[in-house]
Design a binder for this molecule. Structure first.
Ligand SMILES: *[C@@H]1O[C@H](CO)[C@@H](O)[C@H](O)[C@H]1NC(C)=O
Ligand SMILES: *[C@@H]1O[C@H](CO)[C@@H](O)[C@H](O)[C@H]1NC(C)=O
Ligand SMILES: *[C@@H]1O[C@H](CO)[C@@H](O)[C@H](O)[C@H]1NC(C)=O
Ligand SMILES: *[C@@H]1O[C@H](CO)[C@@H](O)[C@H](O)[C@H]1NC(C)=O
Ligand SMILES: *[C@@H]1O[C@H](CO)[C@@H](O)[C@H](O)[C@H]1NC(C)=O
Length: 441
């Protein structure tokens, strides 16, 4: 794997401090490079790298060891089936909505509109190894969530999933906008016939943040991230929700200043003298820990909390700002790729924090589930907008978007998973299944 100068210099920063002049030179080079790199909000900064990786650990083994943890196994035709392990298979019936039947598609994910030539990426469905995953049934979903509320807590990929859900449900009905603010990052929708409420809360770092510098070392903004402080924009608003789907990822690749107990503790790639680089992993772990702690400490919260696992991006032949792109037109098979490098590390961290949160939550009767989307998403390098998230002549910074997901597209399957899990909850409460998976964790 060819590392980008940013990555090299950022990962070497710790040694750098001790290493003196040589490092100062490296950092200077990196700074010069970085200053030349324009970026734009709210997309990730230097997001990802090709999938070849140094790590030998396969995601699929992580999947196996963790799938029981979320209590997410479902019974299909009498068997205990891990719905998150499988392959993509052709599905000529898809897609189930288009950009003309659904208005909820965010412009940058409207790949049809921008003339993506190959539409084959829509024509796949996820086939779990040991059972079938039904295609999303909007009537069934609305029946299950009747009188309930669901919150997506996270970044633009959380919003991406919510918009997929609105589109999948649009075959039955559209929601009414009942947002409590004009802020597009905090949307609230209501389905009157079903009295179902859907909301998004924008919190890419999950904890309290403040933009310290709109530029910063990579011109993507430098954020103060208060790792032990709740982001009250969502923590004060989710108490009444029945389902909370939490996620975080790409923003942790950006430069950050880490605060704890109101003191500057260190940073990630801030390139400031005398500030220790604690790495993105440090911040990611603490941010999840604090977010879960917030949830577990809400006195009236009785909801079911889902961790939607890390969504991998698929830049190949360069990073996002070095001509990297995602030009594949069909899925990988599971033996063709594996999660690696920093993405694997982030993935493992969130699984560990999830387990801790789950244990803590159980003490007061709160339940946690894993919406384990990473493996299925990893196999879809063809599902991103690439350059079809805008017009060719448009001046956008993330010209090739290999981070978000086209709608319709593979992210719709995340909602197939979600529905299947909600059905599983129903089976549990009706005693239709033996509790085998829960006792395992
Ligand atoms: C939908 O996509 C088509 C191309 O397939 C495009 O002509 C049209 O403008 C798009 N409509 C919307 C509302 O995005
Ligand atoms: C709608 O659902 C909410 C809970 O989400 C509940 O508090 C409210 O009473 C319901 N309204 C009606 C008319 O059923
Ligand atoms: C960094 O620490 C050294 C030694 O304590 C000090 O001399 C120097 O002024 C500090 N630099 C900054 C930018 O604070
Ligand atoms: C992956 O598995 C398929 C069949 O299961 C096989 O045809 C293919 O050669 C394998 N690819 C690799 C890279 O091992
Ligand atoms: C694109 O936008 C950037 C920043 O707004 C500007 O510096 C650059 O000149 C623009 N490029 C083109 C080709 O318009």
């Amino acid at each position: 794997m060819k590392l980008h100068p940013i990555e090299l210099s950022s990962e070497k920063k710790a040694q750098c401090i001790a290493n003196g002049p040589k490092i100062a030179f490296l950092v200077t080079i990196a700074l010069v490079l970085l200053t030349l790199i324009p970026l734009y909000y709210p997309l990730p900064s230097y997001a990802s790298f090709p999938w070849s990786s140094s790590s030998s650990q396969k995601l699929s083994s992580a999947t196996h060891s963790s799938s029981g943890d979320g209590g997410s196994k479902v019974v299909t035709s009498g068997r205990d089936c891990d719905i998150f392990t499988g392959e993509w298979v052709p599905n000529h019936k898809a897609p189930y909505y288009t950009n003309s039947t659904c208005w909820a598609i965010h412009d940058h994910q409207n790949c049809m509109k921008y003339g993506r030539p190959d539409l084959g990426f829509m024509k796949w469905r996820w086939k779990p190894e040991a059972c079938e995953l039904p295609i999303f049934n909007p009537f069934q979903f609305l029946g299950i969530v009747r009188g309930k509320s669901m919150a997506f807590v996270g970044d633009s990929i959380a919003r991406n999933q919510m918009q997929s859900l609105i589109c999948l449900l649009s075959r039955v009905m559209y929601p009414v906008d009942v947002s409590y603010t004009k802020d597009e990052y905090f949307k609230r929708w209501h389905y009157p016939t079903y009295n179902f409420t859907l909301a998004t809360f924008w919190t890419p770092y999950l904890v309290k943040t403040k933009e310290a510098d709109p530029n910063g070392p990579t011109k993507t903004g430098l954020f103060n991230v208060y790792l032990d402080e709740y982001n009250e924009e969502w923590t004060t608003k989710i108490e009444q929700f029945d389902y909370v789907i939490i996620s975080a990822g790409i923003w942790f690749y950006r430069p950050m200043m880490f605060y704890e107990k109101s003191q500057l503790k260190g940073c990630h790639y801030c390139l400031k003298e005398n500030v220790t680089d604690l790495t993105m992993f440090y911040g990611y772990r603490k941010a999840f820990r604090t977010a879960f702690k917030a949830i577990n400490s809400l006195p009236n919260y009785k909801g079911l909390t889902f961790l939607r696992t890390f969504s991998p991006s698929h830049f190949e032949n360069g990073l996002w700002n070095q001509g990297g792109n995602c030009l594949r037109t069909k899925p990988f098979m599971s033996n063709e790729t594996q999660l690696g490098g920093r993405d694997l590390e982030l993935y493992m961290i969130q699984m560990e924090e999830f387990s801790i949160a789950k244990r803590e939550g159980r003490k007061r009767g709160l339940q946690y589930r894993l919406l384990h989307t990473t493996q299925a998403s990893l196999l879809r390098p063809d599902g991103h907008p690439s350059s079809y998230g805008h017009w060719p002549n448009e001046n956008v910074t993330l010209y090739n978007d290999c981070v978000h997901w086209c709608l319709p597209g593979p992210i719709d399957t995340w909602n197939d998973f979600l529905l299947e899990m909600l059905k599983g909850e129903g089976r549990k409460s009706f005693g239709w299944r033996l509790h085998t998976s829960n006792s395992r964790s």
